[in-house]
Design a protein around this ligand. Structure first.
Ligand code: F6R
Length: 588
């Protein structure tokens, strides 16, 4: 949700900023812009649309020595050049990730003081607010120490002040910001991939930390303006992050990494047929799983496993609703937050609500050092490696596996399930290679509407299959409980309607198949991802082996992802960066 990069160096400032910015395009691609200092002047260039539009008009030979840049996911005001960052007011030029919630009231006051605004953004108001404070205090450290009490909402800001143009200032609240350190210069960025072409050494900033950085030095202060020392970390998987490794898309690369993710999680979190001492959910009587999008669909599968194997009641909520509903917290409640990025604003807000109510919080998170990982009382990492494609694949799978581990701990089937699970990597490799997904995708490509149907765990899987299909191929798709369809929604079905079904759960497959026959009787053509060899309920089957109650459902994940991928590819969609989306949603 917006990416920022800044860099101060003697050399290649524009080039390195742009390389970093391109690696953050997954955070937003509505527009982009850069401000850089050359011959003591500030140059600001902004372009609507993806970063390549900005790239085309930049002169890489320009000898800049300081720059800040931004790739935008539009919130306030449409995606045009004027609303693009950087924004400038008075002596202040800045880029911003986040939302300034009190921007309207600040703007009113600033207009009274004579400020004029060109854009519709909250960011330009932040620039004017900082300029106004700077006029009063004439000292940027003083100004930035005041920011948390003035700007409400969330922000990561990189700022240049005209009075000290060799310096970049940074501050954050509830939006990620790291500092990259190198001998050739220093950087700030929203995420690690943006610094790896310069350095693998970085510092993770906390809320209200203030950064004052130039090409030779980085100083970090707390909100009381005291200089502080922070741990320097090293990232050691640089190659893995920045290359597609020969695949056409990051999404395809990440799907192909799933067998290794399974192996890694088995070796990290299990030993001798038992789950290692991960976290004891048995202490709790109620569990709320709170997450957004695919992470919440992983949560639904977690609910299924935890209720079945641990016997604990679980409710799954979308994080965007959780804060505004009536919650029934008791001393026996555990709130599990699931997030790939660890930065999703709604999930973070739900976590804070649980903490305020003194409820234990367990985060299941992919990104180390992320806000959710650091704020939760307990954390388990999903260890899927950095995911670049906007549509999640390997991180979703890893979330499901961690939830399975939590659920089966101490159950009499624990050893059998873990023994079975060891087969999953090879099953996944087989399903990556065995099917002609392109051919199957042709059956879906021209559909305007699709129902993804299933019952029980097959329905929970369908939720993710359906989201994957719609978000990258732009075909309208809904997951539906197969048995519920006849209570109204079946009226939508005709011969043009697409139906994809998931049928793996033997205990209920007869019922699902009856529902599918009802749909077929209304003319719909059905593609089924199933382990049922015999029954003729589908026009096309992606036939899976019958792997039993855990492996069976888990083996559906790769075919669902590859089907969506191939439909999007056939339609010529921008698979890694679907329209209107961003990977890390740091606004509510
Ligand atoms: C869909 C997808 C999203 C995310 C959701 C939560 O492919 O990736 O639905 O699952 O935005 O993001 P995280 O997991 O980062 O909290």
């Amino acid at each position: 949700m917006c990416g920022i990069v800044s860099y101060a160096s003697d050399k290649d400032v524009i080039k390195r900023i742009m390389t970093g910015l391109k690696s953050l395009e997954y955070r937003g691609y509505d527009s982009s812009g850069i401000a850089y200092i050359k011959d003591d002047n500030i140059n600001i260039i902004k372009r609507e649309g993806p970063i390549k539009n900005l790239d085309k008009v930049l002169d890489y030979e320009d000898e800049a020595y300081v720059g800040i840049a931004h790739t935008r996911w539009a919130t306030h005001g449409k995606a045009d050049d004027i609303n693009s960052h950087p924004h400038r007011q008075g002596k202040i030029t800045l880029v911003h990730n986040g939302i300034i919630e009190n921007y309207a009231e600040l703007k009113k006051e600033l207009i009274k003081k004579g400020y004029k605004f060109k854009s519709e953004t909250d960011t330009e108001v932040a620039a004017a607010t900082i300029d106004d404070l700077y006029n009063k205090y004439n000292n940027m450290l003083e100004v930035l120490s005041k920011i948390p009490s003035i700007l409400k909402g969330s922000y990561a800001l990189n700022i240049i002040c005209d009075d000290k143009i060799d310096t970049i200032y940074g501050i954050r609240k509830d939006c990620p910001l790291i500092v990259g350190l190198s001998k050739t210069g220093n950087m700030m960025a929203s995420d690690i991939p943006a610094i790896l072409h310069v350095t693998n050494k970085y510092i993770v900033l906390d809320n209200d930390d203030i950064v004052v950085l130039n090409k030779d030095n980085v100083k970090i202060y707390n909100n009381k303006k005291e200089e502080i020392t922070k741990k320097i970390k090293e990232f050691d998987n640089t190659e893995e992050v920045i290359s597609k490794n020969g695949y056409d898309h990051f999404m395809l690369k990440e799907i192909n990494e799933e067998p290794e993710v399974v192996k890694k999680l088995i070796s990290l979190y299990t030993k001798d047929g038992k789950v290692k001492d991960l976290f004891n959910i048995k202490k709790y009587k109620n569990i709320d799983i709170v997450a957004c999008g695919s992470a919440s669909f992983a949560g639904q599968i977690g609910k299924y496993f935890i209720e079945k194997y641990a016997g604990i009641r679980v409710n799954v909520y979308f994080a965007s609703e959780y804060r505004y509903q009536t919650n029934f917290f008791t001393k026996d409640t555990l709130v599990i937050l699931i997030s790939q990025s660890g930065e999703t604003a709604d999930t973070l807000a739900a976590l804070k609500l649980a903490k305020e109510n003194n409820i234990d919080t367990l985060a299941i998170v992919n990104r180390r050092d992320s806000s959710i990982a650091r704020e939760a009382k307990y954390v388990i990492y999903t260890e899927a490696g950095i995911e670049i494609a906007v549509a999640t694949t390997k991180a979703y799978l890893a979330q499901v596996l961690v939830l399975l581990f939590l659920a089966i701990q101490g159950n009499k089937k624990e050893k059998d399930i873990l023994d079975e699970l060891k087969k999953l990597p090879n099953i996944m490799i087989k399903y990556i290679n065995d099917y002609d997904y392109f051919k199957i995708a042709k059956l879906v490509k021209n559909k305007e509407h699709v129902f993804y149907l299933g019952r029980g765990i097959d329905y929970y899987l369908s939720m993710e299959g359906s989201l994957k299909l719609k978000e990258i191929s732009y075909i309208h798709s809904e997951a539906f409980q197969a048995g519920e369809l006849k209570h109204g929604s079946i009226s939508l079905i005709d011969e043009d309607f697409g139906v994809i079904s998931v049928v793996t759960d033997k205990s209920i497959s007869d019922k699902t198949i009856s529902n599918l026959k009802e749909v077929a009787a209304r003319g719909a053509k059905i593609i089924s991802i199933t382990n049922n060899k015999d029954d003729h309920f589908a026009d096309y089957k992606i036939l899976l082996e019958d792997y039993g109650e855990v492996l069976g459902p888990l083996s559906v994940i790769i075919p669902m992802q590859l089907l969506a991928y191939n439909v999007a590819k056939l339609k010529g969609c921008d698979i890694d960066k679907p329209r209107n989306l961003a990977k890390s949603v740091t606004v509510e």
